[in-house]
Design a protein around this ligand. Structure first.
Ligand code: ZN
Length: 249
């Protein structure tokens, strides 16, 4: 994929600051959320098991067209994986149907993507509405941010770091939980800063394997992040429950 043009980066810069839906983050504790884009099979199985070992839940953003397919060199989820996550109390979100970047899409295209995936997830027994969403490849513009923000309970982007003071529900910020970029020292620093500032730290990753892709993590890194978060006094909650927490306080 070619790097974004100057015009695309300028529109993203503007879109980040426009069409905001602010959620105050004033709580008694920091929150850490773990999310997995594309829902590779290893994230659905190994990733979920790591979270469950510590009595925690996460959020998987699913694009229906990836079901039973290879994605980034790794096997993607099956319908059974989605059902198992749902039955185990994890959150399932939308990631468009065909995993197409939303920046530059027309309203008709966006609607078709959202509707088709909505129907796919309903067939998997995911019935909670409105759904939560993450932009494929973190790509959004003014139109897609506004439109997705009106449809979904929250929209997650890529990058941006820890959120303190408030979060924009139409563009929730994240940190990458990738072995290729995350050192133990950086992880510790992020979690401790989040705990001190009582912020909301949302991690995202893809596959969870002993030899992950450069967009994934090992079970060891995921477990370290969960253990550090709990040890620092943070709550570990999926995206929907985190929003409920911030609203309740
Ligand atoms: Zn994705």
């Amino acid at each position: 994929m070619s790097p974004p043009s100057l015009a695309m980066r300028a529109e993203r810069w503007m879109a980040l600051r426009a069409h905001r839906r602010l959620l105050p983050l004033v709580g008694h504790t920091g929150i850490v959320s773990f999310s997995f884009d594309d829902a590779p099979q290893s994230a659905c199985q190994t990733g979920a098991a790591v979270l469950e070992k510590h009595h925690c839940h996460g959020t998987w953003y699913v694009a229906g067209a990836l079901t039973d397919k290879m994605d980034l060199g790794h096997m993607s989820h099956s319908v059974r994986d989605i059902c198992n996550l749902r039955d185990s109390g994890h959150q399932i979100g939308c990631h468009t149907y065909s995993h197409t970047p939303c920046a530059g899409m027309s309203l008709i295209q966006l609607n078709a993507e959202f509707q088709r995936n909505d129907e796919f997830l309903e067939q998997c027994g995911v019935t909670d509405r409105p759904l939560h969403f993450s932009f494929p490849l973190g790509a959004f513009d003014l139109r897609s941010k506004l439109h997705a923000g009106r449809r979904f309970a929250s929209c997650r982007i890529t990058g941006g770091g820890i959120q303190t003071g408030y979060a924009d529900l139409n563009a929730l910020k994240t940190e990458r939980l990738y072995d290729s970029v995350m050192s133990a020292a950086t992880l510790q620093s992020l979690v401790c800063t989040n705990a001190e500032k009582k912020g909301w730290l949302i991690f995202y990753s893809h596959d969870v394997e002993r030899e992950p892709s450069k967009w994934g993590c090992t079970p060891h890194l995921l477990e370290s992040a969960v253990q550090m978060s709990l040890a620092a006094g943070c709550k570990v909650l999926p995206i929907d429950q985190a929003i409920d927490y911030w609203r309740s306080v």
